[in-house]
Write a protein that binds this ligand. Sequence first.
Ligand code: GDP
Ligand code: MG
Length: 405
Amino acid sequence: MGFFDKIKKAFMNEKEVKPAELDATEEANDASEEPAAETNQEEPKTLESEQEQLSAENSQEPEPQAEPEANIEVEKEIPSTTSVEKEEAAEEIVVQEKYEKGLEKTRKTFGERLNELFANFRSVDEDFFEELEETLIGADVGFDTAIKITESLRQEVKLRNVKKPAAVQNTIIEKMVDLYEAEGIGENNALNIQKDGLTVMLFVGVNGVGKTTSIGKLAHQFKQEGKKVLLAAADTFRAGAIDQLVVWGERAGVEVVRGNAGGDPAAVVFDAVERAKTENADVLLVDTAGRLQNKVNLMNELEKIKRVIQREIPEAPHEVLLVVDATTGQNAMSQAKQFKETTDVTGLILSKLDGTAKGGIVLAIRNELHLPVKLVGLGEGIDDLEPFDANDFALGLFKGLLKEE
Ligand code: GDP
Ligand code: MG
């Protein structure tokens, strides 16, 4: 049942048990209807009778459990918590809505700047293109990418002899999707998951980017699909890092192989691979430490981990996923460049897209680093990780801007 159906049903059948947010919405509605009802009264009521009536009404109503301000937004934010009912509610929220919500910040700034651009320019001229280029660069799509987009738009405008900015509005959006997809032609963005046997995925990236969180989210998804999942706490650098993975393991309901803080990460990975094999696990997700300030050590550590895995499973790891934080903009780009030089990264997880107004970074990574963005983090909750989809992304970014043609 969709969210709006649920609201409709809640209004039609007051007896039904409803989420607190819906009660609150309903109460707010009741309150706004009351003055109108009063003006219809022929005789003025005494204060007393009014109160009586109010309390009588209250007794029929369930106790309000939330502030009247609670609204649709509140309902949509449910996936960021983890209790069972909320997980069920989250399942009803489709991927597109997650993208819309996750890209709210980017849409507000980038989208609104684009809107202003369309409103302020009378014709598609050189000034318009310059301003567009700046807007795109401001959204972190990257310098080269911004130029590519405006260049292909220039050609299109010439070809179609377009004069009005409004006429190119949708074309800009199309060009951005085209550009992303053209880069990835012949390439599969899906995670490389073995049909039979164990799939091993290594998660790399600097501290704080969201490795452990992404592992927790992914573990939950695999578990939901009925897979047997095992996690390896190979970020042994800090005790806190191990504990954090254990907490995510509990949330997702999967086991964590751990060693002591300060211990050898490769030893933990060795234990984890052994256990995954004896227990016939389907997926092993390996958390690693990310100390980019010591590049040589980090590289050696990752190589050692890989060797340990490959001794047991020659074709593994099946994915080396680099996690970068979208809110760090160009910094994320330089991290990706450095990791790409030191490790065979197979794909990217772009975390915290919900926390940035510069979601254009997806395009920059694609066009300037030639790495596929495989997953995007759209929030802190267990359900807030989605496979990257260029169309969902564009729709989330431009919702309300796309014009019907
Ligand atoms: P790690 O050091 O790479 O393992 O990073 P963590 O997994 O510990 O994440 C660091 C912080 O980023 C935590 O507070 C997470 O809740 C937060 N985080 C991770 N992914 C996302 C995301 O997609 N959106 C938001 N808003 N926060 C995220
Ligand atoms: Mg971590």
